[in-house]
Design a protein around this ligand. Structure first.
Ligand code: FES
Ligand SMILES: [Fe+2]
Length: 344
């Protein structure tokens, strides 16, 4: 039994679990100018070096705490705008021009974040003190196999990222909230669900209905937490396989989150070109409309909406998901407490 408090568990989950990769922003957001973003309980400064490499530090000067993002970039380091302390990509204050040789000089006094770019998106690894080294980030096959084609879709929503996860772990809302949509007007409004374990997580799926509507959601954890679901395309969607959505959701603050979806399809050759053309000309606007229905619903929820629930069988998926995340939070808090550390 763990003796970590409910407040600590909720505090960690609100910031996001540690020791995993997070989707931060589209690649195009980060340039050779400092970009300050709040993510996962940190204010980060992100930038690119002269060769395009990505760097990210906590956006706080180790001298007196002003944002490093107000400073001057020098390839893989930033010179703070206030007194010129230079912090390198690893968070070491390499030069203290006002007081050479002082204790600050040469110390690793700023948190640095391992970064990578995949599928048009910037990822940062958010580790705690005991886990500075990032695990491998393995993305679902829709994002790593050449047999698939995908579009990145990025949005920031006013709400806790956990509501977005609940929403995706709830296939039944497709039949109701999205019933007007071109691809979710079919199938039963009642269903029995089951949970099937996988090597990297679990699938929450309808019994006896497949390829009709939004019939299943998968949770996976492979260096990052991701969700995946599939919605069949109608004939007007052109040739190719089902519409697959891979999602990642990142806390910005208690009331904001980054919502990242890749819209994917198994298509090759001319069918790939056809889908990409159709997507841009017809499908994208419809897909956005569907996502807007989710956003509107979730943004209208009070922050404590999930304290006033009466769940039923269709909510088994999100109940499992919450339990998985809660158990991970307890494990991280317990490990840190045992080591006499705070989870950052
Ligand atoms: S606050 Fe940054 S150098 Fe003084
Ligand atoms: Fe939805």
């Amino acid at each position: 039994m763990s003796n970590v408090s409910e407040a600590a568990i909720d505090g960690l989950l609100a910031k996001g679990l540690r020791n995993q990769w997070y989707a931060i922003c589209p690649s195009g957001f980060v340039s050779e100018k400092p970009l300050s973003l709040r993510r996962c309980g940190y204010r980060m400064v992100l930038w690119r070096g002269l060769d395009g490499s990505l760097y990210a530090l906590e956006d706080r000067c180790p001298h007196r705490g002003v944002p490093l993002s107000c400073g001057i970039l020098m390839d893989d380091r930033i010179a703070c705008g206030y007194h010129g302390v230079q912090v390198d990509k690893d968070g070491v204050a390499v030069v203290v021009p006002g007081s050479p040789g002082c204790k600050l000089e040469g110390s690793k006094s700023t948190k640095s974040f391992p970064m990578q770019e995949r599928n048009g998106l910037v990822f940062a690894y958010v580790g705690d003190e005991a886990h500075p080294d990032a695990p491998e980030l393995v993305l679902p096959e829709e994002l790593s196999s050449p047999e698939y084609s995908s579009f990145l879709c990025y949005a920031e929503w006013k709400g806790d990222y956990r509501y977005v996860i609940d929403n995706v772990m709830d296939p039944m809302h497709g039949t109701f909230l999205h019933k007007q949509s071109h691809s979710m007007s079919f199938g039963d409004t009642q269903a029995n669900f089951k949970i099937r374990e996988t090597e990297t997580g679990f699938v929450f799926e309808k019994e006896g209905q497949r390829n009709v509507n939004f019939d299943w959601t998968e949770y996976g954890h492979t260096g990052a937490l991701w969700l995946r679901l599939e919605i069949p395309y109608p004939k007007t969607g052109g040739p190719g396989g089902n519409f697959v959505i891979v999602g990642m959701y990142t806390p910005i603050s208690d009331t904001m989150c980054a919502v990242v979806h890749w819209r994917c399809r198994k298509v090759s050759g001319w069918q790939r070109d056809t889908w990409r053309f159709l997507y841009k000309n017809r499908l994208e606007a419809r897909h956005w409309q569907v996502l807007e229905q989710d956003r509107t619903m979730l943004e209208l929820c009070d922050p404590d909406a999930n304290k006033h629930e009466n769940l039923y069988a269709h909510d088994m998926g999100l109940v499992r998901m919450r339990r998985v995340m809660r158990n991970q939070a307890i494990a991280q808090l317990t490990a840190s407490a045992d080591a006499g550390r705070h989870v950052a």
